[in-house]
Design a protein around this ligand. Structure first.
Ligand SMILES: [Zn+2]
Length: 497
């Protein structure tokens, strides 16, 4: 029988409270002797303060229905562990506690590195992270996750692990591990339990070593409807009218990470129809849609947005989705498509809906073509949703409103209830869980058409939208605050009021 010790296996490990809770249900008070560390491929890593004998080990393995790997934990950690057990396994305390695992100073072996990377992916998935950042620091490799748009520190791995972890990630994505001096990018598909993850890996040489970022695309995620992404009654009604048209252009705008792709996919899901030919050109294809023909942009192979779009137009399409308009050639081809009997959806980078017109003119599209083809523009941002489990409410005072410069725009009554983030287990102590969009829609009506011809100012267009009773981004944000969906600070973080 091999040694029961696997020292340094999980150095610097942060406790996985979900795992611990499930093991606690089986072991009861015996948990005081056994520290569950990680579960990977039905192999359970546990820590013990004393060397367990082989009989106990076998018995434990049977009860936990897993292959066991045992690490010896220093006796000095025992009191901390007992204290945690007594505090009834408080999730937040556990999540913030680092246990030191004995290390013998050797380099970790390949299997340990591979398990660690799997563990990082697994935990990212459980935390609903969109990206994993692996950042070389003088003290070690800092691991951070982006959850609901914000980065948070997860753990610091020892310096000896730094290059090995990054190299492992590069191998997964088929990158050249010998080359650490130039930025690289690649992709990989990993299956963790029932989940299939598409990974996009990129590396960048930094001062203290090579940094890697892994973007996680969860293929098992189901698509959200337009209602679920945060479109409210009034804006939804305006927007869906455009989707019902047979021809014309719908533009979705906002900065990177503002949820434009989710809006496009939700729109396509609504448009799905066996009698229509729907084709997309994307960079990258983020999610696969059944009964939609998706084309991946590949400039190295000569397949650009503009070129791809021209080929799509020869394939008898009804509805076309163009990932992004970023150059004059694509802009002009998109408009040609939109005036020749196709419904086109695309994204473009601008701050708000009215500014899109100027951006298009800057990209060389003639004003007459804009007013003829454009059905409307949606501008959007994402805000974090207050966690419904732990939300508490308060009525803003006159002082709150003045401090925020809102005394004119919002009524002050005792009936107004704003949400205050608290933090619980469901939201990992953050007070927010998930995100939704705030939307500004600009329908191209006769007046806007005249304004496009006359190249009117953004201010004039905004004034017209106000006359139509359509909210600006800021006003849409305030509506979500008044509805108790999110906080005013969260709105102010993404838009100016
Ligand atoms: Zn909560």
């Amino acid at each position: 029988m091999t040694s029961v010790y696997e020292s340094q296996l999980l150095a610097g490990h942060i406790l996985d409270w979900r795992l611990i809770r499930s093991i606690a249900r089986i072991l009861g008070t015996e948990l005081q002797q056994v520290v569950p560390l990680a579960l990977e491929n039905n192999r359970l890593h546990i820590g013990c303060f004393r060397q367990p004998d082989s009989a106990y080990r076998a018995q434990l393995s049977g009860r936990l229905k897993s292959d066991l790997r045992v690490s010896l934990l220093p006796e000095t950690e025992r009191n901390l562990w007992l204290q945690l057990c007594q505090e009834n396994l408080d999730a937040q305390v556990l999540a913030a506690t680092q246990l030191t695992v004995v290390t013998n100073g050797d380099q970790p072996d390949e299997q340990q590195i591979s398990l660690k990377v799997q563990g990082l992916l697994m935990r990212a998935l459980e935390s609903r992270a969109s990206d994993i950042h692996l950042e070389p620091m003088p003290e070690g490799l800092l691991v951070r996750y982006r959850v609901d748009g914000l980065l948070k520190e997860v753990e610091l791995l020892p310096v000896e692990w730094q290059k090995l972890i990054v190299a492992r990630v590069k191998v997964m994505a088929d990158l050249d591990i010998a080359n650490q001096r130039t930025p690289q990018d690649g992709r990989s598909t990993q299956t963790l339990g029932k989940t299939t993850l598409d990974l996009r890996v990129s590396t960048l040489p930094c001062l203290h070593g090579e940094k890697a970022v892994i973007r996680l695309l969860n293929k098992s995620n189901r698509f959200m409807s337009l209602e679920e992404i945060g479109l409210v009654e009034q804006t939804l009604e305006v927007y869906t009218k455009w989707l019902d048209r047979a021809q014309g252009l719908i533009l979705i705008t906002g900065p990177t990470g503002s949820g434009k792709t989710s809006t496009l996919y939700a729109s396509l899901m609504r448009l799905l129809n066996p009698n229509k030919n729907i084709v997309t050109i994307e960079d990258p294809v983020e999610y696969q849609l059944s009964s939609v023909n998706q084309v991946q942009v590949n400039p190295k192979a000569g397949l650009t947005f503009a070129g791809g779009l021209r080929s799509i137009l020869r394939q008898d399409p009804d509805i076309i989705m163009v990932g992004e308009i970023r150059d004059p050639e694509t802009a002009q081809t998109v408009f040609q498509a939109a005036v020749t009997g196709h419904l086109v959806l695309a994204t473009i980078h601008t701050d708000d809906a009215p500014s899109t017109v100027n951006r298009l003119i800057y990209l060389g599209v003639e004003p007459y073509l804009i007013s003829a083809a454009l059905l409307g523009v949606v501008a959007q941002r994402l805000v974090r949703r207050a966690c419904p489990r732990c939300a508490t409410y308060f009525s803003p005072t006159a002082r709150d409103l003045t401090r925020l410069g809102l005394s004119d725009s919002l009524p002050q009554t005792d009936e107004v209830r704003w949400v205050k983030p608290t933090g619980c287990e469901a939201c990992q102590g953050v007070g927010f869980r998930g995100r939704e969009g705030i939307f500004e829609v600009m329908p191209v009506d006769n007046i806007i058409r005249q304004m496009i011809h006359g190249q009117s100012s953004v201010m004039d267009m905004k004034a017209h939208l106000r006359q139509l009773g359509l909210p600006t981004l800021g006003e849409a944000g305030l509506q979500k605050v008044m509805a108790g969906k999110t906080t005013i600070e969260e709105i102010l973080r993404v838009v100016s009021l």
